[in-house]
Write a protein that binds this ligand. Structure first.
Ligand code: NAG
Ligand code: NAG
Length: 191
């Protein structure tokens, strides 16, 4: 009987959205210096209609994370556009909690939190944006130190996203690697 109720509850959560019961903690003893450097975003989970519109065109994109002496970070991400490589820079401010940052989302006009949920620094990281679990704002990303999408990493990412209540359709593992930044620009990518 209890099991039946638990199953019903799981189905309810699965169909009706996010698991808001989970308390999400950052990676213990998070070390920002070890975390800095190059990362590839190799998976994204996002339930928003905006993401659904372009998720089929999503590519594995490269990012460079730089930290300063205070522990704040800037993340530069590159992505290919019809006119060339476009650069986005995100500034994340540290909080009192190691592994948690905040930034102002220009798109949503709100301050969002970012949690480095799990990383082993040399290989992968699971990053949660907006932990209050909101269909429009919450996103999980899998980053890798290389663009290789190893099955065990993808599995770790999928099960984490599913445990939060993301649907299968919202979990995207892009097939292609973004060519940006292009070090030696040549047509058709040159400006
Ligand atoms: C991030 O970039 C801004 C603007 O260029 C700069 O003022 C700031 O010092 C940078 N922060 C870090 C952590 O590099
Ligand atoms: C991170 O994970 C990779 C692959 O699982 C492993 O080879 C590496 O030793 C790990 N690094 C640390 C610091 O645990």
């Amino acid at each position: 009987m209890t099991l039946a109720i638990a199953l019903l509850l799981c189905m309810f959560l699965g169909m009706h959205g996010f698991n808001t019961q989970l308390v999400i903690e950052p990676q213990p003893n998070f070390d920002v210096e070890k975390f800095a450097g190059e990362w590839y975003r190799i998976g994204v989970a996002d339930e928003s209609p905006f993401f659904a519109m372009f998720k089929d065109h999503l590519k594995v994109s490269k990012g460079l994370l730089v930290s300063d002496a205070n522990g704040n970070v800037n993340l530069t991400m590159w992505s290919i556009r019809p006119y060339g490589c476009s650069i986005s820079v995100y500034s994340y401010e540290k909080t009192d909690v190691l592994g948690e940052f905040t930034y102002f989302s220009k798109r949503h006009k709100i301050t969002k939190d970012i949690t480095i949920v799990e990383t082993n620094y040399t290989d992968y990281s699971l990053v949660l944006k907006y932990k209050n679990m909101h269909k429009e704002y919450t996103q999980v990303a899998l980053y890798g130190r290389s663009s290789l999408q190893r099955p065990e990493l993808i599995e770790k990412f999928r099960s984490f996203a599913l445990s939060l209540g993301f649907s299968d359709e919202a979990i995207v593992i892009p097939a292609d690697v973004d060519p940006c930044p292009i070090l030696d620009p040549s047509p058709p990518y040159s400006k």
